[in-house]
Design a protein around this ligand. Sequence first.
Ligand code: PLP
Length: 419
Amino acid sequence: MDLLINSPSWNYRDGELYCEDVPLERIARRTGTPVYVYSRRHLVEKYREITAAWRGRSHLVCYSMKSNSTGAVVRTLVGEGSGVDVVSGGELYRALRAGAPAEKIVFAGVGKTEKEIVEGLQAGILFFTVESTPELELISRTADRLGKTAPVALRVTPDVDPRTHRYITTGKAENKFGLDREAALEFYRLCRRLPGIDPVGIHMHIGSQILDTAPFREGVKRLVALLKKLKAEGISLRYLDIGGGMGISYRGEEPPPAAAYAAALRPLLKGLRLTVILEPGRFITGNAGALLVSVLQVKQKAKKNFIVADGAMNDLIRPALYGAWHQIVPVRPGGGKTVRFDVVGPVCETGDILGTGRRFPRPEPGDRLAVLSAGGYGSVMSSNYNSRPRPPEVLVDGESFRVVKRRESYRDLVKGEAL
Ligand SMILES: *Cc1c(COP(=O)(O)O)cnc(C)c1O
């Protein structure tokens, strides 16, 4: 089986799939399945790929923890020096708990509550990404009441098309996020008039799973043009936040490496005294992880063969939600002729699909399959639908691994409920 994900951390050795130096079968025996498995080395290598690409230019990587907010994952990146991009009070709580320094945390999100704004102010974060004028006014009132000053960056929709899935396009004029470029000047003028507000940056995040540097270039060009207009009015900003969205290989796509983004963007920033902020999520986590499942049944119907696995849409919803394609491979492929299967879970929904039309040798019940590229937007989107406890999560480091989140119990399912 050829892996399409292009990560040196996942490999077959002697007919068996490994994460780093640990055979996945060993993890499955220890924890049971389904289980999320992450490669620590992959996380660190992808983070370092970005910082190496931007060396020599003042920059800060703020890992976008909505792609994977598991404490040990955030901790690993924070340990490398990463900041964190949070989109809720819950993520802020998790980031601080994982040891992220407040001065490296940026807080985005299209509808922050007053409570969340208070939490950000009290923590002393680097800045709030502000998405509307009413939100700016709320932040101003809240900061003023607390006797604090809120650093802010406007999220601009630069109106570029990242040519990705429409559900993960965020930088077009018709999307709900941010403000139009035309409104930006007025926004920063208002910042000057409002109490408790310190405008420090400008922000864009144009979409996700982008496989081309051109939309970033176009977006940054537009932001730089804005920066120059602001400067002419005496408003100088310190941070240019270019968001996340860098794509990865799920099925053999050829995403630009971090160096290609840096090479495309650096010339646009010549002569500007700015710190560049990057908010990668999927780029770091996507191919760090796999969902390991076991085959429950193999069944033949008139028109199709099905593999019913013990992992389901509640564990990994991307195929059901976005029609996302994840490579699915046997952990021990063995021999024999290949057959076409739909790989489905036990949840009572026709949409409970992990993958359709996949070819491999007919497995036996108990055999393991790895659903690859599941490190980003996997566990974070899992649910208890059908009252299925969420899977445990394992972090592999070289020859060893540890459970960094235990499997939920039935008791966890009813936690907080009153009869
Ligand atoms: C989701 C998100 C990101 C990360 O997106 P990826 O595609 O995972 O890199 C970065 N910034 C903001 C504001 C986001 O909402």
